[in-house]
Design a protein around this ligand. Structure first.
Ligand code: ATP
Ligand code: MG
Length: 455
């Protein structure tokens, strides 16, 4: 009975969302300069419009243009079907099985063109928690706007008339710097729990407030994320970590109660007290790189996130009597086995992670041929960057980091001189086999790569 009443109210609500008239915002009010839209996106819109279709730049790109952020990518929404879109372009492919889209390519650029979609109507398949399993029905523009997540993501920009079409007061929300869900927030989170992560990521990226009604249900519904396929959560977490605002995102996720036990990756980040400093430093460096337009190696990022787990296990195995290098090897195996499935880390990143970690004790061997052998390692640069990060977090001696910097950039003679002047390895370092340690006097420094960080 109650369920039926709720359904009825939701249906009425959805209908109302779909029928109200959009605002037409002229350029004088929105201020988007047409020349900020790349030629490729303009071409797609003009071509489809000439063929008699609707075609608008849509989603994150319009939002970003309105607040003077450079959009990451440009998407186009149209009333044309994929079969109608494709023949208009020389290089275009139809992708996706469940909901088909067209990728139109211009050189290295790809414009994603999607047909208006109807979204949830109450007739779509949902799981036991209300999660939408399919949203693959074509619709009109009003329906397409209503199925989008936030008001600021449901704006349509027509580059020909330079008008922004706004169904849900998105332009006003942008001016108020508010992230507001379209429709009933709880129902929309139930349809797709990933929207909780999107809310946090987009608000952190833009520095917007999350509207109270949109924010309130998050902590309560957080556990619904457990029903989302791990690969999808991984993709969303990767977007978050490489957004250029990962530190802000992580802090917000914690504030919204969106971490404990739900997002294994965040548990890794936030629940290792000794590692927090290292991980936060790694994330802020990643943010700097993203903002400077530099490439982010996913393997490197995950090597940072899981390093302290490896370190902890490595120490345990050594304390139990294993030799240093085999102990590291085993620690890596165990951590990878436990985490790759849980975090849905793709296999291709795992080789990078292992190499970066295994290289760390090798940096300590500064005699004989060993340093020369390391110079020809394919992933030396990543391994060294990792060592430098450990140095910055005061987990590796600064002297070792600068020695390697010099050694990597030196000529033959200078290398020989560096080797001659390198400090002798401490016991347990720089040798394949760990010699039996004499007990240290109480309070003696113990900072080796295998020890807990000096913090
Ligand atoms: P970014 O700047 O990170 O690309 P974005 O908002 O453009 O942010 P995309 O993943 O590129 O994010 O999605 C494009 C658009 O598709 C969004 O702006 C939104 O309108 C819609 N969208 C994406 N994911 C969802 C979702 N889970 N539920 C509803 N609408 C969504
Ligand atoms: Mg986008």
């Amino acid at each position: 009975m109650i369920k039926r009443l709720v359904e009825k109210v939701q249906t009425l609500f959805t209908r109302r969302r779909r029928t109200h008239k959009p605002r037409q915002v002229p350029v004088a009010d929105h201020g988007i300069a047409r020349d900020r839209v790349p030629r490729s996106a303009l071409r797609v819109c003009e071509t489809l419009q000439k063929a008699g279709h609707h075609a608008f730049v849509v989603g994150g790109a319009v939002r970003d243009l309105l607040i003077n952020v450079t959009p990451k990518d440009f998407d186009v929404a149209t009333d044309a079907t994929p079969e109608q879109i494709k023949p208009h372009f020389r290089r275009a492919i139809i992708i996706g099985r469940r909901f088909r889209l067209v990728h139109v390519m211009f050189g290295a650029e790809t414009i994603e063109v999607s047909t208006y979609r109807a979204g949830a109507s109450g007739e779509q398949a949902v799981d036991a928690h209300g999660r939408m399993l399919a949203d693959n029905v074509f619709g009109n523009q009003a329906e397409d706007a209503a199925r989008r997540d936030f008001t600021i993501n449901a704006l349509y920009y027509d580059p020909t008339t330079e008008t922004v079409i706004d169904y849900h007061d998105g332009v006003k929300d942008i001016k108020r710097r508010r992230l507001r869900m379209i429709g009933d927030p709880e129902a929309r989170y139930r349809e797709d729990p990933v929207r909780m992560l999107r809310a946090v990521r987009i608000a952190a990226k833009l520095g917007f407030e999350i509207d109270e009604a949109t924010r309130a249900p998050i902590a309560r519904l957080a556990e619904l994320l457990g029903n989302v396929p791990p690969a999808r959560v991984f993709d969303e977490m990767l977007k978050l970590l490489t957004s250029g605002h990962s530190v802000a995102c992580i802090l917000r996720l914690r504030a919204e109660g969106l971490h404990h036990g739900l997002l294994p990756l965040l548990d890794v980040i936030l629940e290792q007290p000794e590692g927090e400093r290292f991980v936060m430093l790694a994330l802020s460096r990643t943010d700097e790189r993203v903002r400077a337009g530099k490439h982010i190696a996913v393997g490197f990022l995950f090597a940072c996130l899981l390093w302290h787990e490896v370190l902890k296990r490595w120490n345990e195995l050594q304390a139990a009597g294993s030799h240093r290098i085999p102990a590291l090897d085993t620690a890596i195996d165990e951590v990878l086995e436990r985490q790759t499935e849980k975090l849905a880390i793709q296999r291709r990143f795992v080789a990078d992670m292992r190499d970066i970690w295994m290289m760390q004790p090798r940096f300590e061997r500064r005699s004989g041929r060993a340093p020369y052998a390391l110079l020809s390692h394919l992933r030396l640069r990543a391994g060294y960057d990792f060592l430098a990060l450990r140095g910055a977090a005061e987990e590796a001696p600064a002297e070792l980091v600068s020695w390697w910097h010099d050694f990597m950039h030196a000529d033959e003679n200078a290398r020989a001189a560096l080797l001659a002047g390198a400090p002798a390895p401490r016991q347990g370092e720089g040798t394949k086999r760990r010699r039996r340690r004499r007990p240290k006097p109480a309070g003696a420094p113990t900072a080796t790569a295998g020890d807990a960080p000096a913090s």
